[in-house]
Design a protein around this ligand. Structure first.
Ligand SMILES: [Zn+2]
Length: 474
């Protein structure tokens, strides 16, 4: 299908970079803040803007999808079939909504009036996530120009969410409703970044999460600690005693079966993590902490990326105002959350907490245990997965001095947080790989959010190589 009139990917990307930046600036001028109900019209306009751009790029199918919940924050779906019956199907995920821009006075240029200074494009959404989603538009054009094809080498689908910055409340349902349209062999998420400028890397997984609240009831009302103290149960004392047993001396979580079936780090992944130029002192400054402590036998990065956790997020009850008030309080409360890793299921952790609490709570105390929704699954793609190897090669070419020569070495990271990526893996039953070139100092969710324009162009380049690679590697 290839013709002689091809242009190398990097050349094409460079020749079209000015137009790419101008188009992106147009999109960034639309303040698609999903958290602000007054901006719902802007989120819709942002969706329509993207849909029009995808049509102009050549996607034969482009649709704006309403989500449940009635917030009017639509997603955009696009599809471009390869024409090759054996081509694999890829679904690109990103989001077109943005975080609120307040406090406005901390911005050097207005957040929705994009400005390029020193090769960096400053605007809300420049990096998270419009810039990283938009590099796919340039990427697919570069892929066609370089291969001489009239359609991509993969069946290319794209889903741009409009509610991500509001916690993706309807995304899992949208995926379930549209699972057939979104069916794919691999999901490519472009909503993460790299280790740093000198260390190109890709994410291999994210942790899951489940949140819970415990409410313990003691006396039916607050009573005098002089008259009754020492002779009846104090629900706060009992609760903190119980929660003190949530970890053992090695800081391992004591819920029964908590670690059963989890995917342990391989020696190779541990070695690769250890190669990342990790500055623990700088990390501790970001952590606003004096010391790094955690599960025995694991490094700091391993703890935040690849190990599950239990945290007490808050405890309250009784008298907390000024001065003394000598009572046995009627109630005690705590909020807990658990970060989960591959092999754990939020429902399994929920059961484990129920069992743990039932076994340890004294019979003379009444309590309720409630959960914050069904939780979020973890996701992980193993290092030897063919799709992850394709991403590694594509990034290695994009970041190499000479894309046809020796490739740059790409390292691996994970995300300690949780997101809609897990729903993609769960509902679409496809591996998730991550193609993002944002840098840690891009200021996501902060004033003066920016993106390195050269990094976005590398993203476009990598996407172009990735479609070629996945098609040859199905
Ligand atoms: Zn994002």
């Amino acid at each position: 299908m290839s013709t002689d009139a091809t242009v190398p990917v990097r050349t094409y990307v460079e020749q079209n970079s000015a137009g790419f930046v101008e188009d992106l600036k147009d999109w960034l001028r639309i303040p698609s803040v999903s958290a602000d109900p007054d901006r719902a019209g802007d989120v819709r306009e942002s969706a329509e803007w993207l849909a029009a751009k995808l049509r102009a790029t050549g996607f034969p199918t482009v649709e704006v999808w309403e989500t449940a919940g009635g917030a009017g924050l639509p997603a955009v779906f696009a599809e471009w079939p390869s024409g090759d019956p054996d081509a694999p199907t890829v679904a690109v995920y990103g989001h077109h909504d943005v975080q609120p821009a307040t406090p406005l006075e901390l911005w050097e240029n207005p957040p929705f009036d994009p400005s390029v200074r020193d090769g960096k494009l400053y605007a809300r959404g420049a990096s998270d996530d419009k810039g990283q989603l938009f590099f796919h538009v340039l990427g697919v054009r570069a892929h066609l120009a370089a291969t001489g094809r009239s359609a991509p080498a993969v069946n290319l689908k794209l889903i741009a969410e409009g509610e991500e910055e509001s916690g993706s409340p309807n995304f899992a349902q949208l995926l379930r409703e549209r699972a057939e349209r979104l069916a794919c062999d691999v999901v490519v998420v472009s909503d993460t970044g790299m280790w740093d400028r000198a260390t190109p890397s890709t994410v291999t997984g994210m942790r899951g999460m489940i949140g819970a609240q415990i409410d313990v009831h003691g006396p039916s009302g607050d009573v005098h600690s002089g008259s009754f103290g020492g002779a009846i149960p104090n629900p706060l004392t009992e609760l903190v005693h119980l929660l003190a047993g949530l970890h053992d001396g090695d800081r391992r979580v004591t819920l029964p079966g908590f670690y059963d079936g989890i995917v342990e780090l391989s020696d190779r992944e541990r070695r690769l993590f250890a190669e990342l130029p990790f500055d623990e002192a700088a990390w501790l400054r970001n952590a606003k902490s004096a010391a790094a402590v955690g599960e025995a036998g694991y490094s700091t990065l391993e703890r935040v990326w690849a190990r599950p956790t239990a945290e007490i997020n808050g405890i309250w009850g009784g008298h907390t105002g000024p001065g003394p008030k000598t009572i046995i309080p009627a109630e005690a409360h705590a909020k807990l959350s658990f970060r989960l890793v591959a092999g754990q299921d939020p429902a399994q952790v929920r059961k484990a907490l129920e069992t743990w609490l039932a076994e340890r709570m004294p019979a003379y105390l009444k309590y309720e245990l409630t959960f914050e929704g069904g939780g979020v699954f973890p996701c992980l793609t193993p290092l030897d997965h063919p799709a992850l190897q394709s991403v590694t090669r594509a990034l290695g070419r994009a970041f190499a001095e000479d894309p046809d020569g020796e490739h740059r070495r790409i390292l691996y990271t994970r995300e300690g947080g949780s997101g809609p990526e897990a729903d993609l893996q769960e509902v679409l039953d496809a591996p998730v790989v991550f193609l993002g070139t944002s840098l840690p100092d891009d200021g996501w969710h902060a004033p003066n959010e920016k993106v390195d324009v050269a990094g976005l162009l590398k993203g476009a380049e990598a996407a172009a190589y990735l479609w070629e690679d996945l098609a040859g590697n199905k």
